[in-house]
Design a binder for this molecule. Structure first.
Ligand SMILES: O=C(O)c1ccccc1NCC(=O)[C@H](O)[C@H](O)COP(=O)(O)O
Length: 270
């Protein structure tokens, strides 16, 4: 029996097989011309606007913690994120382990104007086509779970389809693969996806390895709960922050998002 990440990818094989039966690749290719052009996420996430760049995540549940929120309403959350300055929205589309749905991408595209990340466990070309055909502006590739050539090929396909991969790393081996594949949007995930444990020391350490490398847009992922974390990592060179749990569990999502962006009541009036 492997770890949870292996289990998720095992289930993903069935998901992909079902999706292919329901929507063959030819159908997805036909949809590509009907979806709006992908937004330029590299610019959106690199530029310092009137607050920190937050990729706010819609995450109903996790395999380790179960439901994060009661009365879950994905589109209500999407609108609250967009109305309160999220630079992008991450949509967990896996249903088995995270309670998500790929249909949230289509719905969110109609409701909000910010770029949408398709956050799933992508390992096939079919899923890259599917992400774009459902309106994603960028998509996740997890370096830990792909070899360097798979990573490069799945990134190249995204490039061909006109959208960007967020390449997620968790250790030095992943960084090597991401740099080999010439990732421009590079995530450092503080969460060990095999155990669920988060440790911000991962970002501190891997940022050190990237010193002197230009042209990268860096995203700090997972375990961000406070404004102080964001200030620390911005000073170390991070451009954007992918945040799920602390927003989903907040008493008031809009206030929490404004606080994380550096736009809470104190900083606005003071
Ligand atoms: O969130 C989990 O527990 C998890 C478990 C197994 C695979 C992936 C998992 N999460 C994906 C992510 O890393 C996060 O959803 C994302 O970076 C936001 O993290 P957080 O702010 O800590 O919710």
């Amino acid at each position: 029996m492997g770890n949870i990440l292996d289990t998720i990818f095992e289930h993903k094989k069935d998901d992909v097989a079902t999706a292919k039966r329901e929507r063959p690749l030819s159908e997805l290719k036909g949809r590509l011309s009907l979806v709006p052009k992908a937004q330029d996420v590299l610019s959106a996430l690199s530029q310092k606007g009137d607050g920190s760049n937050i990729i706010a995540e819609i995450k109903r549940r996790t395999p380790f913690k179960g439901d994060l929120v009661q009365d879950f309403d994905a589109m209500k959350i999407a609108k609250e994120y967009a109305d309160n300055g999220a630079s992008a929205i991450s949509i967990l589309t896996d249903s088995n382990f995270f309670g998500g749905s790929i249909d949230y991408l289509v719905q969110a595209k109609e409701e909000v104007g910010v770029p949408l990340l398709r956050k799933d466990f992508i390992y096939t070309e079919y899923q890259v086509y599917e992400s774009r055909a459902f309106g994603a502006d960028f998509y996740l590739l997890i370096a830990t779970s792909l070899d360097k050539n798979q990573l490069k090929d799945l990134m190249a396909l995204g490039h061909e389809l006109g959208f960007t991969a967020l390449v997620e790393t968790h250790d030095e081996k992943d960084l090597e693969k991401a740099l080999y594949a010439d990732a421009k949007l590079l995530g450092i995930n503080n969460r060990d996806l095999t155990t669920g444990k988060t440790d911000l020391a991962v970002s501190r350490r891997l940022l050190g390895q990237l010193k002197g490398l230009g042209g990268l847009c860096l995203v700090c992922e997972s375990g961000i709960y406070e404004r102080a974390h964001i200030e620390e990592f911005e000073s170390l060179g991070m451009h954007a922050f992918l945040i799920g749990e602390s927003l989903m569990k907040a008493d008031c999502i809009s206030e929490k998002l404004q606080e994380l962006r550096g736009h809470d009541k104190t900083s606005v009036s003071g």
